[in-house]
Write a protein that binds this ligand. Structure first.
Ligand SMILES: NC(=O)c1ccc[n+]([C@@H]2O[C@H](COP(=O)([O-])OP(=O)(O)OC[C@H]3O[C@@H](n4cnc5c(N)ncnc54)[C@H](O)[C@@H]3O)[C@@H](O)[C@H]2O)c1
Length: 270
């Protein structure tokens, strides 16, 4: 079982939403925190707020789609705290487009949601293995990593890739001191609906309801998700599904695979 207390966590996309909720929970559990995020003002605010609750926090501006910046994040984290025991590859964005649309959207979303996670693994895992100490990687996918939602093609592909990468790591971590989990939430009340606020080269117009329903039966808060994450990692759970009904839908999908059926159309509980 992974022990959180007196250890060091790095969280990408930690200035908002699930990442910030997790940072706050991990600080409560006695961890020292490195927050990486592309958005500098939000990062500063998040660090200040965590420090005011007594947390030991370092903020590092980092664009996870840039391999060199993720490597710099690792170097800074190890220089500052000496070691890293927990990595949440959490930064993510979404863009609405069909599979045959949005050439720039594919590059933007896959660069952050998939390559960002791969860069995190490449920069941190060798260092974590070399330390010989227990460590945990939590990759944030989505229910979109299990089932394909129409209209967010690049997000589905990136998140399915994150699930595959996490399953691979699980096998490759056998007989090491490292473990891995993959977070697959449904709807969480965060700023993901305004992802394009951090996108270069576009004129950003706030449309918070463009991607996600603003309220519904299944909406969870980031703090609720953070509680679930810590509980599930304590229980060595690999697939962390805060919304269990998606597990049932994924099961139906698996059954259809062997019965010759078509893919399940995922449904959100409203
Ligand atoms: N909110 C949901 O309903 C939901 C559901 C399933 C999965 N997720 C996943 O949860 C993760 C966190 O998203 P959230 O919902 O908390 O959204 P959010 O927008 O509140 O937080 C995402 C954070 O990532 C940061 N970020 C964006 N691009 C970045 C980059 N290139 N480099 C570093 N940081 C970057 C943002 O500045 C922000 O602080 C994402 O991977 C998202 O796909 C969210």
């Amino acid at each position: 079982m992974f022990e959180f207390s007196d250890r060091v966590a790095v969280i990408t996309g930690g200035a908002s939403g699930i990442g910030l909720g997790l940072a706050s929970k991990l600080a409560e559990e006695g961890m020292k925190i490195v927050l990486g995020d592309i958005e500098s003002a939000a990062l500063e605010r998040a660090c200040e707020s965590l420090r005011s609750s007594g947390a030991d926090v370092l903020g590092v501006q980092c664009d996870v789609s840039d391999k060199a910046q993720v490597e710099a994040l690792a170097i800074t984290a190890y220089e500052h705290f000496g070691n890293v025991h927990f990595l949440a590859n959490n930064a993510g964005v979404v863009s609405r487009h069909k599979a045959w649309e949005g050439p720039d959207d594919w590059d933007w979303v896959l660069g952050i949601d998939l390559m960002g996670v791969i860069y995190g693994v490449q920069s941190f895992v060798p260092r974590m293995l070399a330390s010989g100490e227990p460590g945990h990687i939590m990759n944030t996918a989505s229910t979109a990593g299990l089932l394909a939602f129409p209209g967010i093609a690049s997000y589905n592909v990136a998140k399915r890739g994150v699930v595959a990468l996490s399953e691979t790591l699980h096998h490759e971590f056998a007989k090491t001191a490292l473990s891995v989990s993959v977070l697959c939430p449904g709807i969480v009340d965060t700023n993901i609906g305004t992802s394009e606020r951090n996108r270069e080269g576009i004129e950003y117009k706030p449309e918070p309801d463009k991607f996600l329903p603003s309220e519904g039966k299944e909406n969870l808060t980031p703090d609720e998700v953070a509680e679930i994450i810590v509980d599930e990692i304590r229980r060595d759970i690999f697939w962390i599904l805060p919304h269990k009904h998606y597990g049932q839908q994924a099961l139906e999908q698996a059954n259809r695979r062997i019965s010759g059926g078509t893919p399940v159309m995922p449904h959100i509980e409203r």
